[in-house]
Design a protein around this ligand. Structure first.
Ligand SMILES: CC(C)=CCC/C(C)=C(/C)COP(=O)(O)OP(=O)(O)O
Length: 371
């Protein structure tokens, strides 16, 4: 089944199908006139109906649905990913939790234009390595004083193809417990469907930016600092799913040029989408983070604390911010698709698809729904 036919399948809600069809068609058309003021920071000026929470407590979000569900493919990717985690030694003693979280399913849902388990697995390895770095070195319980050295070691491994002999450890050293994403990228570069050097460089860049954000979170944790809402939102622009989303073309088997990916208008739109995807994580992971000993970092908690409102209002306002980001992406991506290359159109549609797969996975994964 082609991506286009999947995207126009009857499962699509609201105007998703129209948008993605427009993004992918030869002569895309922009969305209809917006129904209210648009642009970041204008959501407060719109009157919106109160959101009814679904059974998981998360309000209905403006987000596309997952554009395919292939459980067998998801299972295959997940099984191989858990085997890999066991081989490299991450999540020792917790592999059952990793299996149950079903990151393979996330890859299958978020990359509907690839049926290739090898490519989905490669993307899954990158995501799991990024998650492991967060879980081991950043999240509650980790030692923030060690964070900088852990991240520096992992960054060095990813940016230097071979170590000069002076820096090579003597004897055989135990493999680090948590791989960085970029060694995954190196392994990927020897597998079928090799990405372009510019795609690998892009991944390295996005992971390095992610690590800077991990450092910021560590500095907040060590001081017990609760960020302001703008501070937190700026942080979530870089502590985001962008390293995963940036692989959309490599997983799909085509290449967006560095020039188009680096176009500030493309970066702005894609960064907004990645931030929105990460706010979905904030909304679904709140429960998991409740009861941890340090400061809780998720948008609903930051809003409730800083704006002195109820937790429920924090959730609702977070959902508003999410929706505003997605709507802005929708409008800007459609406009970019009008003048961009076919690869850019496909990439923007891939980002849109990623949003749908991400939300569907969060709403079902036991990582967030086990209580
Ligand atoms: C896969 C990837 C790029 C992870 C980077 C960090 C990120 C965007 C997260 C979702 C981590 O945030 P958080 O610690 O809230 O994640 P969990 O809720 O623990 O899954």
């Amino acid at each position: 089944m082609s991506l286009l036919s999947r995207m126009t399948a009857p499962t699509a809600r609201h105007d998703v199908a129209q948008l993605v069809a427009a993004l992918l068609a030869e002569q895309p058309r922009p969305r209809a006139v917006p129904t209210g003021p648009t642009g970041l920071g204008t959501s407060a000026a719109r009157v919106t109906p109160r959101r009814e929470p679904s059974s998981d407590g998360v309000p209905e979000l403006y987000c596309p649905p997952a554009l395919r569900d292939d459980p067998a493919l998801g299972r295959e990717v997940n099984d191989r990913l858990v085997d890999w985690a066991g081989e490299v030694g991450i999540y020792e003693g917790r592999l059952d939790h990793v299996r149950a979280a079903d990151f393979g399913r996330l890859m299958m849902l978020a990359h509907p234009d690839s049926d290739d388990p090898d490519r989905l697995l490669a993307a899954g390895k990158c995501a799991l390595a990024e998650w492991a770095t967060d879980d081991y070195y950043c999240d509650d319980g980790a030692d923030p004083e060690q964070l900088g050295s852990h991240l520096a070691r992992r960054t060095r491994r990813s940016t230097r193809p071979t170590s000069p002999s002076a820096t090579r450890p003597r004897g055989r050293r135990r493999c680090a417990r948590t791989p960085s994403a970029s060694p995954c990228a190196r392994r990927w570069s020897t597998s079928p469907g090799t990405p372009e050097p510019s795609q690998l460089a892009r991944l390295r860049h996005e992971v390095a930016v992610l690590f800077v954000a991990y450092g910021q979170e560590g500095s907040w944790r060590s001081r017990g600092h609760m960020p302001t809402v703008p501070e937190y939102l700026a942080h979530r622009q870089i502590n985001s799913f962008l390293p995963c989303i940036a692989l959309a073309d490599a997983v799909g088997g085509y290449a967006l040029t560095a020039a188009e990916y680096g176009d500030p208008r493309v970066r702005r739109a894609v960064t907004m989408a990645a931030t929105a995807a990460t706010l979905v994580n904030d909304l679904y992971s709140m429960t998991k983070e409740h009861g941890t000993s340090g400061v809780e970092f998720n948008l609903p908690t930051v809003i409730a604390d800083r704006e002195r409102c109820s937790p429920r209002e924090g959730i609702e306002r977070s959902a508003e911010v999410h929706d505003e980001l997605v709507r802005t992406y929708e409008v800007e991506a459609a406009a970019l698709a009008l003048t961009g290359s076919p690869q850019l159109r496909r990439f923007l549609a891939g980002v849109w698809a990623w949003l749908g797969g991400n939300r569907a996975w969060h709403s079902g994964s036991p990582r967030y729904n086990s209580a």
